[in-house]
Design a protein around this ligand. Structure first.
Ligand SMILES: [Zn+2]
Length: 231
């Protein structure tokens, strides 16, 4: 869907390279991006919030004493992920749209400005914009990073809302592409309301959008929940 949006924008911009045309296209783009991100976050929270809720029901059952009727263990209510989804969406949509939009705008202006001053024809500049702004790799990177961040935020929110006495644990994907800091963080276990310490930065969860992009972009680490060791 981000791919489609970038392609649509590149077509519209390439169609009208005047300053007014570009500005207009960007206003509409921004608006569509906002709608897209909202829907996106909602869906991710739904999927991953539910998934974590189901896992935690298992954790809760195994924590209960044997003679209790396990089937009576209540599910976590949907309101937990819904509330968290709203908070996350309200907090991040505008900021993310601004980030994405700023880069796109910069790219377009650069291509229009330098292209035309280099004596390129309108259609060549239009082609450049189509290649750059319609770039699918960029759309995929943004989408991947956003799904990852929101999914981990959803998980943590549900874990916190479960009322269970849990720690969260950092789990790195161990392969050649894993950041050294993240491989080092593998297995780190802290209370739910405390952040992980990763390479000198504090991350509330893997992919924490408050963290520098160098720690969050393209990260594939996840967090899992473990019952606290008895002291
Ligand atoms: Zn990572």
């Amino acid at each position: 869907m981000l791919r489609r949006e970038f392609r649509l924008l590149s077509r519209v911009v390439a169609h009208d390279l005047s300053e007014r045309g570009v500005d207009n296209a960007l206003v509409h783009h921004r608006h569509r991006l906002g709608t897209l991100f909202r829907r996106f976050y909602h869906n991710v929270f739904h999927t991953f919030g539910k998934r974590t809720a189901l896992k935690l029901v298992g954790v809760r059952k195994s924590a209960d004493s044997e003679d209790e009727d396990l089937d009576q263990t209540p599910d976590l209510p949907d309101s937990v992920w819904r509330t968290a989804a709203e908070a996350y969406t309200d907090k991040w949509t505008a900021r993310k749209v601004t980030d994405v939009d700023a880069t796109t705008k910069k790219n377009i202006r650069a291509y229009v400005g330098s292209g035309l001053s280099e004596g390129k024809s309108y259609s060549q500049v239009a082609d450049d914009i189509f290649d750059e702004v319609g770039d699918q790799a960029r759309a995929d990177l943004i989408a991947r990073t956003e799904v990852h961040s929101a999914s981990q935020a959803a998980s943590l929110a549900v874990a916190r809302g479960s009322g269970l006495d849990l720690d969260h644990q950092w789990l790195a994907t161990e392969d050649a592409r894993t950041r050294e800091d993240h491989a080092d963080a593998d297995g780190q276990t802290v209370p739910l309301d405390e952040p992980f310490e990763v390479g000198g930065d504090q991350l509330a969860f893997p992919g924490d959008p408050n963290a520098p992009a160098t720690q969050a972009c393209n990260c594939r680490c996840v967090e899992v929940y473990v019952t606290k060791e008895p002291e």
